[in-house]
Design a protein around this ligand. Structure first.
Ligand SMILES: Cc1cc2nc3c(=O)[nH]c(=O)nc-3n(C[C@H](O)[C@H](O)[C@H](O)COP(=O)(O)OP(=O)(O)OC[C@H]3O[C@@H](n4cnc5c(N)ncnc54)[C@H](O)[C@@H]3O)c2cc1C
Length: 435
């Protein structure tokens, strides 16, 4: 069977693409090939089961709301700009999107893992396609898509289908447990697309050398700063460069969650987007500073409190949770049992300095399984920004996390997925009309 449009991947952008195409031109044949046994599996896991659909600060926010309304999904924009389904159920979003595809006449084939996609002309030896403006023009030649599925008895079966337009919506590598293991990169590369090395982002930071075990489970509000040491390569014999040569790359206030291996929390997640290992950088070239009292200088308070007696540990009572206070004192080189009255001004300044700038040296990022997004992917300069059509192969579209885009937490990544899907779906169907 030849389809008007074949979409590889029934995730956020693939479902949006199918809906947008079928809303624009009812009656078109649209096939989604999805490797999982349900479409939109990852959507159900988003926003901790609530699905943070978009953000009032995101470009295209109103378009996203209009799209959701068009498929009957009620949304609520919270005072902080985050948008969730009114019911706060990610499963509701998944089910409504899948239902919208099928009620519009789209076909979703599950348990269909696409293993290859290529221009129809080259697969049947039918000669080279036209080349227009440097891109291969598929005209009506279309694409051949090969996928693996299973017969009723469970035996693997390889099938092919053809389509006039092909949308690659196979996602990135984050959350492989939801089906995204990087297949899309191979499929895109086969069309000549360049893929920027994917790395997991919006994930926890490991700091193996900082002895975080006693901090496991502690939450604290504070300011997270990311520095790059020695931007001009001054690190001598591996020794950390003096702090004066540090460059501030990122700063955000929020809740920090300490784990036995390092750091977590939204601000930490967002920070990981700046930890690209380009130009030979290593994780150890970054330094994370946590200000546990960002509103004010804590020194005056601690100096006053010293006169009340107690111990070094009690100085930090009500400022920090006890285990975090002990950690800070240890990092400042102060005995927690020392009498407060015996601490010198310099000792108190050292404690205050550590409260304001508790340093961690990253040794890595938590792996793909815990990451919420992929940094890297198909380079954006090879894709039309309005239509998501490949600039290398006409009739081919690329959407969502497969592209080299990543946004912060707060609904920006789903916004990108919905909008690129909508743009590609509409453009693909419009190009069939013009044919
Ligand atoms: C736990 C978690 C929580 C998140 N929460 C949020 C949030 O609240 N807000 C937000 O904005 N973003 C969130 N994200 C990020 C967001 O979910 C993704 O950026 C978005 O889903 C990407 O959409 P996509 O269509 O590009 O890819 P996906 O939604 O990942 O869909 C890709 C689909 O392609 C399928 N596929 C892959 N390879 C093949 C193949 N070879 N053949 C057939 N099918 C294939 C996959 O099974 C998958 O269904 C979260 C991510 C995770 C992991």
């Amino acid at each position: 069977m030849n389809y008007d449009i074949c979409i590889v991947g029934g995730g956020a952008s693939g479902l949006a693409a199918a809906i947008a195409a079928l809303q624009a031109e009812p009656g078109r044949s649209v096939l989604i090939l999805e490797k999982n046994r349900e479409a939109g599996r990852k959507i159900r896991a988003t926003g901790s089961g609530r699905c943070n659909i978009t953000n009032a600060a995101a470009e295209g926010y109103l378009r996203v709301l209009t799209f959701f309304r068009s498929v009957g999904i009620a949304t609520r924009t919270y005072p902080n700009g985050l948008v969730y389904p009114y019911s706060e159920s990610a499963a509701d979003v998944q089910e409504a999107l899948v239902a919208a595809v099928t009620s519009l006449g789209g076909i979703i084939e599950l348990d269909a893992t696409v293993v290859a996609a290529e221009p129809a002309a080259s697969s049947d030896g039918g000669g080279a396609a036209d080349v227009t403006d440097g891109a291969t023009d598929r005209g009506t030649a279309g694409f051949v898509v090969t996928y693996q599925t299973h017969a009723d008895d469970g035996a693997p079966v390889v099938r092919t289908c053809t389509a006039d337009r092909l949308i690659l919506a196979a996602g990135g590598k984050a959350g492989p447990q939801y089906g995204t293991v990087g297949d899309g990169y191979k499929l895109a590369a086969a069309f000549g697309h360049e893929v920027v090395k994917p790395i997991p982002v919006l994930t926890q930071v490991e700091c193996a050398g900082d002895g975080c075990e006693p901090l496991s489970g502690i939450r604290a509000r504070g300011r997270v700063s990311l520095y790059r040491r020695s931007p001009d390569g001054l690190i001598d014999n591996g020794a950390p460069a003096p702090e004066s040569t540090e460059q501030l790359l990122f700063e955000e206030d929020g809740e920090i969650q300490f784990t036995f291996y390092g750091l977590s929390g939204i601000a930490v997640f967002n920070m990981t987007r700046m930890m690209r290992l380009t130009g030979g950088l290593k994780f150890a070239d970054f330094s994370v500073g946590i200000n546990l009292y960002p509103e004010d200088d804590v020194t005056g308070f601690l100096l006053e409190k010293r006169s009340l007696g107690g111990t070094a540990a009690s100085l930090l009572n009500t400022v920090l949770k006890p285990a975090l206070a002990d950690y800070v004192l240890a990092r400042a080189g102060i005995d927690r049992t020392a009498a407060a009255a015996r601490l010198s001004d310099a000792d108190v300044a050292r404690i205050a300095g550590t409260v304001h700038d508790l340093r961690f040296t990253p040794t890595g990022l938590h792996g793909w399984k815990d990451a919420q997004c992929t940094s890297g992917g198909v380079t954006l300069t090879e894709v039309d920004p309005d239509t998501c059509e490949s600039l290398l192969c006409k009739g081919l579209y690329l959407t969502g996390e497969l592209l080299d885009y990543d946004g912060p937490c707060g609904g920006f990544n789903l916004t990108h997925a919905w909008l690129t899907g909508i743009n590609a779906g509409r453009a693909a169907v419009a190009s069939l009309r013009d044919r």
